[in-house]
Design a protein around this ligand. Structure first.
Ligand code: SF4
Ligand code: SF4
Length: 502
C-alpha cells in the first residue's frame, strides 16, 4: 500500500517581526534589515493561518531572508543593519555654505529666498568664511563635502576661491576625504571660472527644468534665455571633462529638475530633454513649500496625487527607454533601489532615519549663522529662527550638534517612533522631514498618513513594488543596474596633501 506522507506545515508564529503592505493581489513583507519578499495574497493568508508548506518557494525564500524565527539569521541581519545605519557613527559630512543671497535669476520656486544683484550686505565676508571653514573641520566625520549655494554662488566668486584654498590647506593636516560642490544656475559662468572649477575638482550641479518653455517659465533671466545659458554650459563643461581625459560616466554636470505645475503635463518631454543633452540621470524633485514657493504655491504648486500621476508616467517612460538601450535613470528611485537591493545606504539626508538635520549636515548662512540644514535656513529667512543652532564665530561645532533643536529633529525623524511610519512596510527605505511637517502641519512630529510627503513616498514605493510583483525578474535585473552607479567621489575627492587632479 502506498504511504501518504503528510507535508509538514510552517506555523504562523514562526514569522519573526516583519511589516507588510497589500498591493493588489500581492503582499510585500519587509524586515528591519531592509530585506523584502513579495508574495501572492493567497500565500500570505496561508502563512498567517499556519498553512504555508515548508518546501514552498515562499517558505524557502522567507527563511533565506531571515524572516523566520526557527531559522534566525541574527548575525547577518545585525551586520546589515549596522552597515545601513553607519551614518550614525560619524557626524556631519555635508556642509552647505550660502556665500551670498544675491542672484541674477528670479525663479518661482526659489528655495533660497534670493535678493537682487545690486542688493548690499548679503555676501559672506572673508572673516566669516574662514570661521565657517574652521567650524567645518571640527566635524568628527572622516569625509567632508563643502557645497556652495546661494543665491547664485558665482556672484561671490572671491569667497568661493578663498574657501577652496583655505579648506584644502587645512586638510593637509586634517587628512579628511574632502570634496567641493557648487550649485549654480550657470548663467554667470565664464571660461576662467569653469577652468578654475575643473582644475580644483569642484563638482558642478545645476537646475535644468527643460523643455525650453518650462525652464524659462520656472526660471526668469532678464538679459538672456535661462534655458540657452544652462544648455550651453552643460554641454561646454561636459566637453571639457572629456577633453581633459576624464571618464564621462564620472565627471559631468549634475542636473536637477524641480517639478512645477508647468511640468506636470510633460512627463515624457522632460525625460527626452535630458536624454537629448546626453545626461544619464534625472531627478524628478517635487516642489517643497519653502522659500518663495510658499508664496507662489497657488500658481506653481500641486497636490501629492497630481505629482504622483506625473512621476509614474515619467518613470514608466524611463523604464521603457532603458529597455530600448537608452542609459538614463531616475535619481530618487535609484536611492530607494540602493536601499532595497543592496546592503549599502546612500546616506541621502532626507531618506534616512533619523534625517540628516544637524547630525549629517549643517548649513552656514552668509552672516555666519548655523542651521540644521539649508531648509532650516530658508525658514529663518521667512522670519522663524527655530532651526538656527549656532554661529560660526561664537559657537563650536560640538555646541551646534548638541543643540536642543538637533535633538528634537532627530527624535521627530526617527521612523520607529513616528506613528504610521513605525509599522509601515517602507520604513527601512524611507525618511521624513521635520521641517516639511512644521510647514505643512505646524509640528516637527508629523501625522504622516495625512501628509503629501508620505503620499508621495508611499506612492513611489507602491508603484515600484507593484511593478516588481507583476513583472518579475526582468524588471528587477534592469533596475538593479541603477544601483551600480559609479562612485563619483573618487573622481572629485581631494585627499589630504595630494595635488588636485580635476
Ligand atoms: S513617510 Fe509614509 S511611506 Fe514613509 S515610512 Fe512613513 S508612513 Fe511609510
Ligand atoms: S529637516 Fe528635512 S530638509 Fe532638513 S535634513 Fe531633515 S529631511 Fe532634510
Amino acid at each position: 500500500m502506498k504511504r501518504t506522507v503528510a507535508v509538514p506545515k510552517a506555523i504562523a508564529d514562526d514569522v519573526a517581526y516583519a511589516r507588510f503592505r497589500r498591493l493588489g493581489d500581492h503582499v510585500v513583507l519587509t524586515n528591519d534589515a531592509g530585506r523584502f519578499h513579495l508574495m501572492p495574497q493567497l500565500e500570505f493568508q496561508r502563512m498567517l493561518g499556519g498553512e504555508l508548506q515548508l518546501e514552498s518557494p515562499s517558505h524557502v525564500r522567507l527563511a533565506e531572508l531571515g524572516f523566520l524565527r526557527s531559522q534566525p539569521k541574527i548575525d547577518v541581519l545585525a551586520d546589515r543593519l549596522r552597515d545601513r545605519r553607519g551614518y550614525l557613527m560619524v557626524g556631519p559630512s555635508l556642509h552647505i555654505m550660502i556665500i551670498t543671497l544675491r542672484c541674477d535669476q528670479i525663479c518661482g520656486y526659489c528655495h533660497a529666498s534670493r535678493t537682487n544683484l545690486d542688493s548690499q550686505g548679503y555676501d559672506m565676508d572673508e572673516v566669516t568664511a574662514r570661521a565657517v571653514v574652521d567650524r567645518i573641520f571640527e566635524t568628527t566625520s572622516p569625509s567632508i563635502t563643502i557645497e556652495f549655494q546661494g543665491g547664485e554662488p558665482l556672484v561671490n566668486w572671491p569667497i568661493l576661491q578663498l574657501v577652496v584654498d583655505y579648506a584644502t590647506q587645512k586638510n593637509v593636516t586634517a587628512g579628511k576625504a574632502l570634496m567641493f560642490s557648487l550649485v549654480t544656475n550657470l548663467s554667470l559662468m565664464t571660461d576662467e571660472k569653469a577652468e578654475y572649477l575643473l582644475d580644483h575638482g569642484v563638482m558642478i550641479c545645476t537646475s535644468f527644468d527643460g523643455p525650453r518653455e518650462v525652464h524659462e517659465w520656472n526660471r526668469h533671466l532678464a538679459r538672456a534665455s535661462s534655458y540657452d545659458e544652462a544648455v550651453k554650459w552643460i554641454k561646454e563643461i561636459n566637453a571639457r571633462y572629456i577633453a581633459r581625459g576624464h571618464d564621462s560616466g564620472l565627471a559631468y554636470v549634475n542636473a536637477l529638475l524641480t517639478v512645477t505645475r508647468a511640468t506636470l503635463s510633460k512627463p515624457r518631454e522632460v525625460v527626452d530633454e535630458y536624454v537629448a543633452l546626453g545626461l544619464k540621470a534625472i531627478n524628478l524633485r517635487p516642489l517643497n513649500p519653502f522659500g518663495f514657493a510658499a508664496r507662489t504655491w497657488e500658481r506653481i504648486g500641486y497636490t501629492g496625487a497630481e505629482y504622483l500621476a506625473f512621476y509614474r508616467e515619467a518613470l514608466d517612460y524611463i523604464i521603457e527607454l532603458n529597455r530600448k538601450g537608452v542609459e538614463i535613470l531616475e535619481k530618487k528611485l535609484a536611492l530607494y533601489l540602493q536601499k532595497i537591493f543592496t546592503d549599502n545606504d546612500p546616506n541621502y539626508m532626507e531618506l534616512r532615519s533619523p534625517c540628516g538635520a544637524g547630525i549629517g549636515q549643517m548649513a552656514y548662512n552668509y552672516d555666519g549663522k548655523i542651521y540644521t540644514c539649508d531648509e532650516g535656513r530658508m525658514i529663518g529667512k521667512m522670519g522663524d529662527d527655530l532651526f538656527e543652532i549656532g554661529h560660526a564665530a561664537l559657537n563650536t561645532h560640538r555646541e551646534a550638534v548638541g543643540h536642543e533643536t538637533v535633538r528634537a529633529m532627530a527624535a521627530a525623524s526617527y521612523l520607529d517612533s513616528v506613528p504610521g511610519c513605525s509599522d509601515c512596510a517602507y520604513n527601512p527605505y524611507c525618511g521624513v522631514c521635520p521641517i516639511y511637517n512644521y510647514i505643512e502641519q505646524g509640528d516637527l512630529f508629523g501625522k504622516m498618513p495625512g501628509s503629501d510627503w508620505c503620499k508621495i513616498s508611499m506612492g513611489i514605493c507602491d508603484h515600484l513594488f507593484g511593478r516588481l510583483a507583476s513583472e518579475g525578474p526582468e524588471l528587477r535585473t534592469l533596475l538593479e543596474r541603477w544601483t551600480r552607479e559609479k562612485d563619483r567621489g573618487e573622481a572629485y575627492c581631494v585627499k589630504a596633501g595630494s595635488s588636485m587632479t580635476y
